[in-house]
Design a protein around this ligand. Structure first.
Ligand code: HAM
Length: 434
């Protein structure tokens, strides 16, 4: 296999954890995004497309200095002008920035957005974990109402069901707001300080920077300690408790099965009140079935404040991990609308025919007849066998004689009968027989 070598003699490959998506793989992503966008539009969401790079401070302040995403996983660079930019590790902070930058609080609230695209996290690549990942996201900004939380969770379920997933596991929790979380955090820190010896080294660090994250550590000792740790739900203040109760009532009314998981805290600092994750069972490399997070989200009423905005901008959202979704065997593919099954194969023989070929392809395009052809093959038999392989019902043959006459031969691939047709009449003819 030929390869590209760097000046140091190493092979020049796509960066670790990033991949080329080719032909059908691109359609796989496009098909998912198209279907999810269609469903979001039905629910009143509008598209938003924010830059792939943002100022580093947006995430440092929004997602939080103490989170893995900000402290370990961001791709950052300093521009020639001296700006510190990062490749976006997630979409929520950018959407909030855009909302504030464009003064959207002056518009009727709430604003409902969907987005899709690549995100970048310098994580250890493994199955379902990439450094360039693709998400589809939903954000509702400008409302505190619990129906917004329920809308986001319900639409996540609908998108995943339409994608073929029937055995989804919804985990939900409330981590309170800045009022009640203070006491919870204090008691949590006190509890873990008393049990410091049993903690893994990462958790000892987290105790200083991000104590809530101790609750989702997978280390067996930490899992054991978690069992007796303070429970966030017991600390909820009246309004947070009422909000959580309403969200659960919506989910009950929608028939969504969920599990209240008081250890669910999520890895980003901007969350308040509702947090949730959606899992599907997936076969891991050792053959055992383990739950894989397909989507995660929650309410982030304090994100705007963390970014220094003086206004209250309550909001809630979710992101779906598209790489994981389309990789699972349950995934039912949606063909993107632009992809058309070819109806005819166009065979060009001789240079004169190739000169005339654009006229034929244009005529077919105007008539909306999808065509496939080979730019490199010259012989009739090679092109006919390609047409047979693809399985098109008709081939159009343009040889030297036909090019001079302004005609083509249309061959029925089943019956092998042939007709000679003027190029000007070709579209009309094909429409009649198809
Ligand atoms: P997140 O939980 O960091 O949330 O990511 C959401 C989903 O993206 C995950 O459940 C997972 O399916 C997928 N994902 C995350 N990292 C990777 C990776 N390295 N490779 C492949 N897939 C990955 C957020 O990003 C928040 N912005 C969600 C949100 C929106 N909260 C409020 N609004």
């Amino acid at each position: 296999m030929p390869n590209i070598k760097s000046s140091k003699g190493e092979e020049l490959r796509a960066p670790k954890g990033m991949r080329d998506l080719i032909a059908e793989e691109v359609f796989l992503f496009q098909g998912f995004f198209e279907k999810a966008a269609e469903l979001a539009l039905y629910y009143g969401f509008k598209p938003i497309d924010t830059p792939i790079m943002e100022k580093e401070e947006l995430f440092a302040r929004g997602v939080g200095e103490g989170t893995d995403i900000v402290s370990k996983e961001m791709y950052s660079l300093k521009t020639k002008g001296g700006d510190h930019l990062v490749l976006r590790p997630e979409g929520t902070a950018g959407v909030m920035r855009a909302y504030v930058e464009h003064g959207m609080f002056a518009l009727p609230q709430p604003l409902m957005f969907y987005y899709s695209g690549p995100f970048f996290r310098h994580e250890n690549p493994q199955r379902g974990r990439y450094r360039q990942l693709h998400q589809f996201g939903l954000e509702i900004l400008g409302t505190k109402k619990s129906i917004a939380d329920a809308t986001v969770i319900n639409l996540t379920k609908i998108i995943l069901e339409e994608a073929g997933f029937t055995n989804l596991i919804f985990k939900i929790n409330s981590i309170g707001d800045s009022e009640c979380r203070g006491t919870f955090r204090r008691d949590l820190v006190n509890y873990y300080k008393k049990n410091l010896k049993g903690l893994c080294s990462d958790c000892k660090e987290r105790l200083k920077t991000n104590p809530l994250r101790l609750l989702d550590c997978k280390n067996p000792n930490c899992v054991e300690l978690k069992k007796d740790a303070p429970d966030s739900i017991g600390y909820l203040c009246g309004p947070c408790k009422a909000h959580f109760k309403e969200v659960l009532e919506y989910l009950d009314a929608l028939g969504i099965d969920y599990e209240v998981d008081n250890t669910l805290v999520r890895g980003l600092d901007y969350y308040t009140r509702t947090v949730f994750e959606v899992f599907a069972e997936s076969k891991s490399d050792d053959g055992t079935m383990t739950p894989l997070a397909l989507a995660g989200g929650g309410r982030y009423d304090n994100l705007a404040k963390a970014l220094g905005v003086k206004k209250d901008i309550p909001a809630v959202g979710v992101s779906l991990g598209v790489d994981r979704i389309i990789d699972l065997p349950e995934y039912v593919r949606h063909t993107p609308r632009i992809v058309k099954k070819p109806k005819v194969f166009f065979i060009q023989l001789s240079f004169d025919a190739k000169l005339k070929s654009f006229e034929v392809i244009e005529a077919l395009r105007h008539a909306k007849i999808p065509v496939q052809h080979s730019l490199s093959k010259d012989s009739l038999s090679a092109q006919l066998s390609l047409a047979e392989k693809i399985g098109v019902p008709y081939t159009i043959i343009l040889g030297q004689k036909e090019a001079l006459d302004g005609t083509v031969i249309v061959r029925n691939m089943d019956t092998r009968s042939q007709d000679t047709i003027k190029i000007a009449k070709l579209a009309e003819y094909l429409k009649k027989i198809k």
